[in-house]
Design a protein around this ligand. Structure first.
Ligand code: 5CA
Ligand code: ZN
Length: 417
C-alpha cells in the first residue's frame, strides 16, 4: 500500500544514547539493542472510525521510538499493517449500507492525512491484509502440513492453530488461563465454539460464508484470514524474526500479540518473534476508554477541521506518559496551545539560554522509556529562561532547541532564531 510522506528530520549534534523501553513479556524496562538497522512492527488501524485520539497517541509513542533510534545513529525499518478485512470492518459497512472496500479506502486515506499532519514518520512497508492474503495462505498450509493446525470438523472450512503444541504460549502477556479466556471472549475470540481442540485455539482461516468476501484459501478452501496470522505473516515477510519492537495499544497485549508471536514461532521454529513487546496505554474520554464500539470518539480530522494546530494535538498527547491510561480533555489542548505559543516565541529570538544541557536532558528523558512529560518540562524551563533574558544567552541556542524539539519530539516550531 501507499505509505505517507516523510517530514524533514533535522540532524542534531552528537548522538543519542541507547533507548530503553518497557517490555510487557519481561515486565521491566530493558535496553533495546538494534543492529545498524532497527526493526519495528506496529499494529495498524482497522480502517473505520479513524483516526481518533487514542490511535494517534499510540502511533505517536512509536514515532518517538523511531526518532530516538535514528538519533542514536540507526536506520529504522518500520512496518505497519492495515487490517482491511475483518469482522468489525464488515459489520460497520453492513450497518451503514456501504461497500466495505470503499469504507476501508476512505478511512485509510484519512489516516494517512492525519499521520502526515501530526508529522509521524511513515512506515517503509505499509501493508494491507488483503494484499498479504496469498502469503498468509501459504503459511497456513505449512502449519496444516506440520500438524500444528487443523480444519474444524463441521463443514465450515474454519482452520485453527492447536495451541497445545505451542510451548511459548503465554510468555508475551504472562496471563493465567482464566484471564486469557476473559480477554479472548471479549476481543474477537471464540472460547465456546464446539469442535475446537482447546478453548484458546485461535482462528487462522474462516471458511467462506454466504454474503462475505472470500479468497482462494489453504488447500483450495475459500474464505478469509484470521486477524493474528495477518500480523505474524506481514512481519515475517518484511522484517523477519527477532525484530526489535512489536508495538500497539495495551488492548493488544492479549490475545493479538500473544497469538501473532506463537504463530510466527510455530512457522519458523525459532524464538522470539520480537525482542520487546511495547504497549501504549489507553486514551479515554469522560471516564471510559475511547473506542469505536463505545462511540465516544474525538477525531484528529475533526480537530484539524476546526483549525486546531496539529502540533498542539501532538504536544497535548505527548504531555502524558505513554504507559499511563489518561483522559483527553479540552483543557489538555488549551494547555498545549499555550505551550506551543510560548516555545515558538522563545525559539524565534536571536539568542537563548544554553542549549547543550537541554539537548542532553531531552535525550536522557526520552530514551528512559519515552519520558515525554519530563522532556517537555525541560523545554518549558528553557523557554522560561530564554524569555526572561539574561547575560548568558547563546546565539545558536534557539536553532539547536528548535531542531531538537523537531527531531526528537516531532514538533515543528516554525521560524527559528
Ligand atoms: N488493526 C488492529 C491491529 S492489527 C487494531 O487494533 N486496529 S484499531 O484500529 O482498533 O487500533 C489501532 C491501534 O490503536 C492499535 O494499536 C490499538 O491498540 C490502538 N488503540 C485503539 N484504541 C485506543 C485508545 N483508546 N487509546 C490508545 N490506543 C488505542
Ligand atoms: Zn496487529
Amino acid at each position: 500500500m501507499l505509505s505517507w510522506p516523510a517530514p524533514l528530520l533535522p540532524t542534531l549534534p552528537g548522538t543519542g544514547p541507547v533507548l530503553k523501553v518497557y517490555d510487557t513479556a519481561r515486565a521491566e524496562v530493558v535496553p533495546t539493542s538494534p543492529d545498524r538497522t532497527a526493526r519495528m512492527y506496529v499494529c495498524g488501524i482497522t480502517p473505520y472510525d479513524a483516526t481518533h485520539l487514542g490511535h494517534a497517541a499510540t502511533y505517536l509513542a512509536f514515532d518517538l521510538i523511531n526518532r530516538l533510534w535514528r538519533d542514536a545513529g540507526h536506520a529504522v525499518h518500520y512496518v505497519q499493517n492495515v487490517t482491511d478485512i475483518d469482522d468489525p470492518l464488515l459489520e460497520r459497512a453492513e450497518r451503514d449500507g456501504e461497500d466495505w472496500v470503499v469504507l476501508a479506502m476512505r478511512e485509510t486515506a484519512l489516516f494517512r492525512e492525519d499521520m502526515t499532519a501530526l508529522r509521524v514518520l511513515p512506515p517503509e512497508d505499509y501493508v494491507g491484509a488483503v494484499e498479504a492474503i496469498p502469503g498468509i495462505v501459504a503459511q497456513i498450509e505449512r502449519l496444516l502440513d506440520a500438524g500444528l493446525a487443523y480444519v474444524l470438523d463441521d463443514g465450515s472450512g474454519d482452520i485453527y492453530h492447536d495451541i497445545s503444541q505451542a510451548p511459548g504460549f503465554g510468555s508475551e502477556s504472562r496471563y493465567d488461563e482464566q484471564t486469557m479466556l476473559g480477554f479472548f471472549a471479549e476481543r474477537g475470540g471464540d472460547p465456546d465454539r464446539s469442535g475446537k481442540r482447546n478453548r484458546l485455539d485461535p482462528l487462522l482461516w474462516r471458511g467462506r460464508r454466504e454474503g462475505e468476501p472470500s479468497w482462494a484459501g489453504p488447500h483450495g478452501g475459500d474464505g478469509r484470514p484470521g486477524w493474528h496470522i495477518e500480523c505474524a505473516c506481514i512481519a515475517l515477510d518484511t522484517i523477519g524474526m527477532a525484530f526489535d519492537v512489536q508495538g500497539g495499544g495495551s488492548d493488544l497485549v492479549f490475545p493479538h500479540h500473544e497469538y501473532s508471536a506463537v504463530h510466527a514461532e510455530a512457522l519458523t521454529g525459532t524464538k522470539p518473534f520480537a525482542q520487546a513487546y511495547v504497549h501504549a496505554a489507553m486514551i479515554g474520554l469522560d471516564g471510559e476508554k475511547m473506542s469505536k464500539s463505545r462511540g465516544n470518539l474525538v477525531f484528529v480530522s475533526k480537530l484539524r477541521g476546526e483549525g486546531t494546530d496539529p502540533m498542539a494535538i501532538r504536544l497535548a498527547l505527548l504531555s502524558g506518559h505513554y504507559r499511563t491510561d489518561r483522559a483527553w480533555t479540552a483543557d489538555l489542548l488549551t494547555e498545549a496551545e499555550g505551550r506551543l505559543a510560548t516555545w515558538r516565541r522563545a525559539v524565534a529570538l536571536d539568542a537563548g539560554a544554553p542549549a547543550g544541557p537541554v539537548l542532553h536532558g531531552l535525550r536522557e528523558r526520552l530514551t528512559d522509556d519515552l519520558d515525554s512529560p519530563g522532556a517537555i518540562a525541560l523545554v518549558d524551563e528553557w523557554a522560561r529562561q530564554t524569555l526572561a533574558g539574561g547575560a548568558d544567552l547563546e546565539e545558536e541556542a534557539p536553532r539547536v532547541i528548535c531542531d531538537a524539539v523537531d527531531a526528537l519530539l516531532g514538533v515543528d516550531l516554525g521560524d527559528c532564531g
